[in-house]
Design a protein around this ligand. Structure first.
Ligand code: UN1
Length: 505
């Protein structure tokens, strides 16, 4: 493999993170950095036998792990959080190299992992079940939460490590074990995370096989989905991926935690603070080069503020610094690959055919690499939600539409197949509360005066409709990783039956 400086830096970072070089020097999976389009590693892939070994090890580990008291399981996650703190700079750097995120977002991703570890440690002492009032004398009813089993995690390139950690940290304190298939585009960050996890596991004296990584393509993913030893699969990716995964899981009655496409909207009402709007929209629509599932893709602007807001947004779009994500000052890094670039151009073409005015969207900085795809984020003024607007294109395209009437814009906001995240910018209490109410946004995440992206881990994360319905991270999302047993205990000498039924023998 040609030792470019980026490949060399990657190898140095991986070695500091504890990844053996045999894992990524002459394998069959070529990894390229979107920064320059260069090949930076050749990762060893797992075949069906490797997959089998990982699942068998996870199943064996589960038998022991489920019996370890939850707060002791939390201790492992506490130690893992410490490893992440020590390795934050290196792992963040690797996220930047492999996924193309700017430095601050690479570090932010690792911080998100640290945060969920802290959350999970606390949770390990709070896996509460209810006590239920019973209708029968001398009886007691309660709920007990038990570990579920092996959890399969399928993650996407755009949050190559944080989304796994939301699942793994919670699953592990819940007494489950984890098998992880990362995106083929980002296996290096997964291998590094696994190495850090193993350090923590060794310090904690945890059993082997609690968590493992399998690298490979669709076949490996399908093997996880179809494996009856895997109790639940948490999958993050496109709606198309979810459509392939969900019926297979349903066919064997396995649990599915799906976090699929988003087509997130924001409403800018007449009373909105436009300074907030410009900053909120810029981060949500341009940040991460439009490659978050929570990225703002549809903006509804009230006619009374349209003409004052649009020039300000156009200015922000035209002046935002695009470039090498490693450099200070860069706000927009590259798209992940050529396919993402092509899809973006295709969407812009469709929008133009629908009569839209497109500002930006062109390829820039070709000198950084023929196989590196940087774009100016696109601001697209369009009069209606045509098919392309209702489709999630994983790129920095913001469709802007005017509106006059609040009830009509609420309908328009919800008139897309996806239901992940949403926001309203308003200082009108009635509008804000209506947006949050049962007749308001139909999404899993609904915000006021902040954009739809950049959620904290403390809340449950996920969305409705074609987003898949799953919830991960905070709040009571942990319940999806455990099984609930309802217990009725009779401490009397009689056997009264529920519903007053008599059955005397
Ligand atoms: C994703 O894009 O898959 O809320 C996750 C956010 C981040 C997570 C995004 N905390 O934007």
């Amino acid at each position: 493999m040609p030792a470019s400086s980026l490949a060399q830096e990657t190898a140095e970072v991986l070695s500091r993170l504890g990844v053996a070089d045999s894992a990524y020097t002459d394998g069959s999976l070529a990894v390229t950095s979107p920064i320059t389009g260069e090949r930076i590693a050749e990762v060893r892939e797992n075949d069906a036998a490797g997959c089998e070994l990982a699942v068998a090890a996870a199943e064996a580990a589960f038998r022991t792990w489920r019996l370890v008291p939850a707060p002791k399981r939390g201790e492992l996650i506490r130690l893992f959080g410490l490893e992440l703190r020590t390795a934050k700079a290196d792992l963040g750097r690797l996220v930047t190299i492999e996924a193309g995120k700017i430095v601050s977002e690479g570090l932010g991703e690792v911080q998100e992992m640290i945060d969920i570890c802290d959350f999970a440690v606390g949770l390990s002492r709070q896996l509460y079940g209810l006590t239920v009032a019973t209708e029968r004398p001398s009886h007691r009813m309660m709920e007990t939460w038990h570990p579920l089993g092996v959890i399969g995690v399928i993650s996407a390139f755009n949050f190559p490590v944080a989304v796994w950690s939301w699942n793994a940290a919670i699953a592990l304190v819940c007494g489950d074990t984890v098998v992880w298939k990362p995106s083929e585009k980002t296996p290096l960050t997964a291998l590094a995370t696994q190495a850090l996890f193993e350090k923590a596991a060794a310090k904690a004296g945890a059993p082997a096989g609690l968590s493992s990584v399998i690298v490979g393509g669709r076949t490996i993913g399908e093997a996880l989905v179809d494996d009856t030893r895997i109790a639940a699969v948490s999958a993050t990716g496109s709606t198309a991926m979810g459509r392939a995964v969900a019926p297979r899981l349903a066919a064997r009655f396995a649990r599915a935690i799906l976090e699929l496409g988003g087509n997130n909207g924001a409403i800018v009402a007449p009373s909105a603070d436009l300074d907030l709007v410009v900053r909120g929209v810029a981060f949500a629509a341009i940040g991460t080069a439009g490659q978050r599932c929570t990225t703002l893709r549809r903006l509804f602007v009230h006619d009374s503020v349209y003409d004052s807001l649009l020039p300000r947004l156009r200015k922000a779009y035209a002046s935002v610094t695009i470039g090498d994500p490693r450099e200070a000052g860069t706000l927009v890094g590259p798209l992940i690959d050529k396919a993402a670039f092509d899809r973006m151009q295709e969407a812009l073409k469709k929008a133009r055919a629908d009569g839209a005015i497109v500002h930006g969207g062109e390829r820039v900085l070709e000198e950084l690499g023929g196989n590196a795809f940087y774009v100016r984020p696109a601001l697209v003024e369009i009069s209606a939600q045509t098919e392309v607007v209702r489709t999630e294109t994983f790129a920095p395209i913001l469709y802007v539409m005017g509106y006059m009437d609040f009830d009509t814009v609420l309908e328009a906001h919800n008139a897309v197949p996806q239901g992940l995240s949403s926001s309203i910018f308003t200082n009108d209490l009635r509008e804000a509360e209506t947006f949050l109410s049962a007749k308001g946004s139909d999404c899993g995440i609904v915000n006021v005066n902040i954009g739809p992206s950049g959620a904290e881990i403390g809340g449950a994360f996920g969305g409705e409709k074609e987003t898949g319905g799953g919830r991960e991270a905070g709040s009571d999302a942990w319940k999806a990783y455990m099984r609930r047993a309802t217990n009725t205990i009779n401490y009397g000498r009689d056997l009264p039956l529920a519903q007053g039924v008599s059955f005397d023998v």
